[in-house]
Design a protein around this ligand. Structure first.
Ligand SMILES: [Zn+2]
Ligand SMILES: [Zn+2]
Length: 275
């Protein structure tokens, strides 16, 4: 029931094409980071991220993303999704909660659609990296409450809440299972011993409707900007491949996922080949 209603599909994937994903909703925020950590992590001169609820990233490629766990100095657990074949980093959960993820914008099929809403850590920007006229900047990390749209802040709270409820529910299931272990005969009759469908939990109709309307509004605004930019883009480049991708991006996600990655030859990647 809590499955989002159809949104225009936004696809992305890794360098070799075997790990692909689809965004089921509009991004919460886009930002660029010019901090030295991001430069080291990405091996680039600045990083760009597209933030979305982790639960709304659907893997669709022939290889599922490889998920590694990292514990930050603050104690917050972080899940990092990469391609197990070519090593492309696709997304990582955020510094506040595992319920939101920062996608590496460059892994999207049309990263040009996700212009940063703000450039953070502007004080450590490489001097020859020039920002577009009118780009918004801030020193240090941006303050969520100041920079994120209200609709995104509400979605963030809702995502954190859903995650907490899921965690509570999992704890309940674990308790129920340990009771089962104590009394197997009884457990056979105990309905709470069943694993509930996680997606069915924690959102009633009203809550869904509210989230849907907020998301739809945010998406609508973003889509209007994006279609303008797409028109410009298509005018400049009559690239067939891009048109195909744009066409795919317009199809509703209710259609069966086009899970097949582009024709990619099977390549044996050695350590040295990884860019
Ligand atoms: Zn790959
Ligand atoms: Zn950074």
């Amino acid at each position: 029931m809590s499955k989002p209603k159809p949104f225009p599909a936004i696809h992305g994937g890794c360098f070799c094409g075997s790990t692909r994903y689809r965004l089921e909703t509009a991004p919460l925020f886009n930002h660029a980071c010019h901090c030295q950590d991001c430069n080291k992590r990405t091996g680039s001169v600045f990083a760009c991220f597209t933030t979305v609820e982790t639960e709304f990233i659907t893997p669709i490629g022939k290889t599922p993303p490889k998920i590694t766990t990292n514990v930050r100095p603050t104690g917050v657990v972080q899940y990092i999704a990469t391609c197990g074949t070519c090593g492309t980093r696709l997304w990582a959960t955020g510094d506040r909660s595992t319920s939101i993820a920062e996608i590496n914008t460059g892994s999207l099929d049309l990263p040009e659609l996700m212009e940063p809403d703000v450039h953070a850590f502007i004080e450590s920007k490489i001097p020859w990296v020039l920002l577009p006229e009118g780009a918004k900047t801030c020193t240090g990390h941006f303050d969520y409450s100041k920079w994120w749209p209200t609709s995104s802040l509400k979605r963030l709270d809702a995502a954190i809440q859903r995650e907490q409820e899921k965690t509570k529910l999992q704890a309940k299931v674990v308790r129920a299972e340990s009771l089962d272990a104590e009394d197997e005969k009884e457990a056979d009759k105990t309905p709470t011993a069943q694993t509930p469908d996680e997606k069915e939990v924690a959102e009633d109709d009203e809550e869904f409707e509210r989230r849907y309307l907020e998301t739809e509004k945010a998406l609508q605004e973003r889509l209007e900007q994006l279609s303008l930019r797409l028109k410009e883009h298509e005018k400049v480049q009559g690239d067939d491949l891009r048109s195909d991708v744009v066409q795919a991006a317009k199809e509703p996600v209710s259609e069966p996922p086009t899970a097949e990655p582009k024709e990619v030859p099977v390549v044996t990647v050695s350590e040295n080949d990884v860019p």
